[in-house]
Design a protein around this ligand. Structure first.
Ligand code: SF4
Length: 328
């Protein structure tokens, strides 16, 4: 529809302090920092585009109320059960509602041709991103650099992002792989630039991240859209299904596939263990860790849960735990 979606989210501790006096102490630091960022650079009266807020976790649902800024949020009501037909149908209706909103805002009509062309642009981006994932698995690309590329998704237009990632691929593809080392899988709460504390500490402890499950990294979007019927309705249905059924965010109630997907990656790529990141106040990932830990350990994988914030004061403590984990 000629619009550029911009993801709201911040990993900056400094701006987070701006909102500290009027937000709950144990609020998700990612959203606290985003609130601070909006105070720092508040939307102007000309910013009429709505904030689209999918009702994922409770903090996100309450974000508009806490941030108390304009424009009003447009809530996309996310059905938290995604296996049944009922939830999928409700989600499809939400997506049609969003299209109506955007059509009203832009005065444009979404049609089959533009929808199809957008799906193809994202499919191409997905292929390029898949190659980047492969290079990380082969130890050609370090975990931190991979995260930089993934974090920059949607900052510019998708076409420019794809082109830049492609250039990055051409540069690093000729590099020799790093010696086989101590690879780990990173799961849990999202990590957003510039807060790469945990990634740096993992590397300092002599390990590298060979794969992850973060919604700001490998899981930035759930893959290419496959439609059976290339009609407007057929593509809309396929799009809705892809972003609902295929999403493995822990805020869903029926989420067995998520744990199986982590286990598969560990098995396929001979990764010995999981570092599980929990941002203080992030309940969905904290709750999940109690289910994931015994499942992994019963299959012989190591598991280390790190609960932290955007602060630096706990770095030495985390490093000591990571070094001990690396020696197991
Ligand atoms: S899922 Fe966790 S990290 Fe994401 S917004 Fe909610 S509380 Fe914050």
């Amino acid at each position: 529809m000629g619009l550029h979606p911009l993801r709201l989210g911040s990993g900056c501790f400094c701006v987070g302090r701006l909102s500290a006096s009027h937000s709950p102490v144990l609020m998700c630091p990612l959203l606290k920092a985003t609130m601070g960022l909006l105070q720092f650079q508040a939307p102007t009266q000309n910013d009429t585009m709505p904030w689209v807020v999918p009702t994922t976790c409770d903090w996100v649902v309450k974000f508009q109320e806490l941030a108390n800024t304009q424009p009003e949020a447009y809530f996309l009501e996310l059905p938290h059960l995604h296996r049944g037909e009922k939830g999928q149908q409700r989600w499809l209706e939400e997506i049609y509602g969003l299209v109506r909103l955007l059509e009203n805002q832009t005065g444009r009509k979404l049609n089959r041709k533009t929808l199809l062309s957008s799906v193809q642009i994202f499919m191409h981006a997905w292929k390029v991103f898949g190659r980047l994932i492969e290079l990380r698995r082969k130890r050609v690309l370090a975990g931190v650099w991979f995260m930089v590329a993934a974090n920059s998704f949607l900052l510019d237009s998708i076409e420019i992002w794809t082109e830049r990632v492609h250039q990055m691929l051409e540069t690093v593809a000729t590099h020799p792989p790093a010696p086989e080392g101590n690879g780990v899988f990173l799961a849990g709460s999202p990590i957003i630039f510039p807060n790469f504390k945990l990634l740096h500490l993992i590397e300092t402890a002599g390990m590298d991240v060979y794969g992850d499950d973060l919604c700001t990294s490998e899981r930035i979007w759930p893959g290419a859209v496959c439609y059976e019927e290339p009609s407007y309705r057929g593509i809309m249905r396929a799009l809705a299904e892809r972003y609902h059924k295929a999403c493995i965010c822990p805020t869903f109630a029926d989420n067995e596939r998520r744990i199986n997907s982590i286990l598969n990656t560990l098995q396929q790529h001979h990764i010995r263990g999981v570092v599980y990141h929990v941002l203080k106040g992030c309940h969905p990932f904290d709750i999940e860790s109690f289910n994931l830990e015994p499942r992994l350990k019963s299959r012989g994988y190591h598991f280390l849960k790190i609960e932290t914030d955007y602060v630096q004061e706990d770095s030495q403590n985390i490093l000591t735990r990571l070094e001990a984990f690396g020696r197991i």
